[in-house]
Design a protein around this ligand. Structure first.
Ligand code: GLA
Length: 400
């Protein structure tokens, strides 16, 4: 009789293996964002009032404006889409989103990718239902809709941290983010994972390890010059944490929104995000976008800096009074270099090539004017507009 037990056990094991669903194909999380993700998100313009119609229109405009062709692929619904969770634990969208699958199909039908927002807390920052305790169900729901990108925002999760020592807080946040990455991976669907926790627990030191493709390193951006410069400056020192598959995120773009719709400020915002290898998630009303804003968002030479395949994040290398010098090493051996004027009136600025370790005259190209300047040396003076920028590519590309 006893001899039957092993046979019975192995029969049960075989049966168990037979009835288990096939394991999901391994998802290569890092490959999901080999360059910084580009797209559009509803929050900066529509806030929690966003509707199905707004998202469809954004997808339409992304294509008709040329932004999709320039590389903006993700259409992300931020906070405000959630309704109630039913007795079976299934989260339903609210009345503004009558059919999420149909909406995702519409976005995909335009050749774009579809993104959504949730929280590891009970409630999102806008007070809507979060995914706490429902990670696996929500991940499966998102995958069933065809979600390609999840922004996961800490929000009410911070309440659980109260009274905990700092190390324990960080461990709890890491575990919460890892839980959702595992749930997403278990669906077998490749989903870009955007961590959003305003830098809490030095997220840049563990964001990649928990499967994040990008992580917010700062507080929320506002449509204004000082907020934009503050968020860019907060990236200083975080360079080594960025690279293909995982990026520091100084927050979404405000380009084109009231307060950040002056072309010089827009060019500065875009130049800094490109130098920082930052995700480029536009947040303006695409239907009302003017030609100047569109030109800033789609300049191919500036986008190429952001999307440089080596993925080395740039930094501020020098500051002289109100003039800042920023630089980024590019894959072809050249450098992208920006002279920023942080005052609101024009200033003359001398390019300090020595601060970049460059000597003698070097070939230069103006990336906003899209013009070669010939060879310039460290005595070259540029007039930089108030709150404006001169963005250059310096050096001779290495031949491949
Ligand atoms: C936080 C995030 C924002 C946005 C809102 C939504 O503030 O940082 O980007 O997602 O929540 O409530």
């Amino acid at each position: 009789m006893n001899r039957c037990i092993p046979a019975l056990l192995s029969a049960l094991l075989v049966l168990g293996a037979w009835s288990r669903p096939a394991p999901a194909a391994a998802v290569d999380d890092a490959a999901l964002a080999s360059t910084p993700p580009m797209g559009w998100n509803s929050w900066n313009h529509f806030g929690a009032g966003v509707t199905d119609a707004d998202i469809r229109r954004a997808a339409d405009e992304l294509v008709s404006s040329g932004m999709a062709a320039a590389g903006y692929r993700y259409v992300v619904i931020d906070d405000g889409w959630q309704g109630r969770r039913d007795a079976h634990g299934v989260l339903h969208p609210n009345a503004k989103f009558p059919d999420m699958k149909a909406l995702a199909d519409y976005v995909h039908g335009k050749g774009l990718k579809f993104g959504i927002y949730s929280s590891p807390g009970q409630r999102t920052c806008g007070g809507y239902a979060g995914s706490a305790g429902h990670e696996a169900e929500d991940a499966r729901l998102f995958a069933s809709w065809g979600v390609d990108y999840l922004k996961y925002d800490m929000c009410s999760f911070t309440r659980r941290l109260a009274g905990q020592p700092l190390a324990a807080q960080t461990a709890m946040i890491e575990a919460a983010y890892r839980r959702m990455r595992q749930a997403l991976d278990a669906t077998g669907r490749p989903i870009v994972y955007a961590l959003c926790n305003a830098g809490w627990g030095h997220v840049w030191t563990w964001g990649a390890a928990v499967g994040g493709n990008l992580w917010r390193s700062t507080v929320d951006i506002r449509p204004g010059y000082q907020s934009m410069l503050f968020n860019a400056s907060a990236e200083q020192g975080l360079e080594r944490y960025a690279g293909p598959g995982h990026w520091n995120d100084p927050d979404m773009l405000e380009i084109g929104n009231p307060g950040m719709d002056d072309p010089d400020m827009e060019r500065t915002h875009m130049s800094l995000w490109a130098l920082l290898a930052a995700p480029l998630i536009a947040g303006n009303d695409l239907a009302a976008m003017n030609a100047a804003t569109r030109a800033v968002l789609t300049n191919p030479e500036v986008l190429a800096v952001d999307q440089d395949p080596r993925g080395v994040q740039g930094r501020r290398v020098a500051q002289q009074g109100p003039i800042q010098l920023w630089a980024r090493q590019l894959a072809d051996g050249t450098r992208a270099v920006a002279l920023l004027n942080t005052l609101d009136h024009p200033l003359d600025a001398t390019l300090d090539l020595a601060a970049l370790g460059l000597h003698g005259a070097v070939p230069a190209r103006d990336l906003w004017r899209r013009r070669d300047l010939g060879r310039i040396d460290g005595r070259h003076v540029f007039e930089v507009p108030g709150h404006g920028v001169v963005l250059l590519k310096l050096g001779t590309p290495a031949s491949r």
